[in-house]
Design a protein around this ligand. Structure first.
Ligand code: CA
Ligand code: CA
Ligand code: CA
Length: 265
């Protein structure tokens, strides 16, 4: 099990004029100009109920840039900014810092507060700063190379985030309409009897037309090797997962129904 920083949607506004201070200066600059409000005057710092994304409350935000002019004329900005505890600011980079809140709030409220801080001009960007555990990381040795399952920011489908919500259902049957199937040890336990619908004998490569055996007999031609594409797509969809073999399947519980429709060439 590994842990890593989570990030959620952050709120950003376009660059504005005036003097922008690094948030690394929060601990020095903000206390002298930020009003401290009574709890009943503060906004967004009251938990609204429900559970957080990872079951924990959020007590810090990651923020970027303070605008000195807006902080000099706090007004409504100060009401929002009062939820921050600038003395607790920890510099992350030259522009970013993690800043404590006056008390822990839910993830939803932390995201709302982040948006309000940006809209009020207190910071240029903000998002909740918290921890979550990666509990859905499979042990399949080839999973690391499955780029299509990578996080969305890395141009994948974000499978690990999805698996945190569900790993699939045995009630689902996925028909793989492709070149057929092979008895690979990473998929054989997930198969239900399929069908071979290649009718033309000159492309069937199994000596007959339609039949109840969707085994992929290969489609090599014109010097190109067989693709075994049906096995590939079946594995991506529903390979046995967390079995220390091969790859991980997007759906870890469904059944695969192989349908052979592609023959030679
Ligand atoms: Ca056949
Ligand atoms: Ca067949
Ligand atoms: Ca596997």
């Amino acid at each position: 099990m590994t842990t890593d920083r989570w990030t959620t949607s952050s709120w950003r506004r376009p660059p504005i004029g005036g003097i922008a201070l690094s948030v690394a200066a929060l601990g020095v600059v903000v206390p002298s100009i930020m009003p401290r409000l009574a709890p009943e005057e503060r906004v967004s710092a009251t938990p609204s109920g429900g559970v957080t994304h990872d079951g924990r409350l959020v007590d810090r935000l990651i923020v970027r840039e303070l605008d000195a002019e807006n902080l000099d004329s706090v007004g409504a900005s100060g009401q929002v900014a009062a939820a921050l505890e600038p003395d607790s600011a920890v510099s992350i980079t030259e522009d970013f810092a993690s800043v404590g809140l006056d008390h822990a709030i839910t993830l939803d409220d932390a995201e709302k507060l982040s948006k309000e801080l940006v809209e009020a001009g207190v910071v240029a960007a903000a998002e909740p700063d918290g921890w979550r555990q990666t509990t859905a990381l499979p042990d399949d040795p080839l999973h690391g190379g499955q780029w299509s399952l990578a996080p969305v920011v890395d141009h994948g489908i974000g499978a690990e985030d999805a698996w945190a919500l569900t790993t699939g259902s045995p009630a689902v049957v996925v028909a793989i309409v492709d070149t057929g199937i092979l008895p690979h040890p990473d998929i054989v336990s997930r198969l239900t009897p399929g069908r071979d619908f290649v009718s033309a004998l000159w492309v069937a490569n199994d000596g007959d037309g339609w039949d109840p055996d969707p085994t992929d007999t290969g489609n090599a031609c014109d010097g190109k090797p067989s693709s075994w594409h049906g096995l590939h797509t079946a594995g991506t969809s529903a390979a046995a997962t967390n079995n220390s073999v091969g790859m991980a399947g997007v759906d870890q519980a469904s059944t695969v129904l192989p349908v052979r429709v592609l023959g030679v060439c």
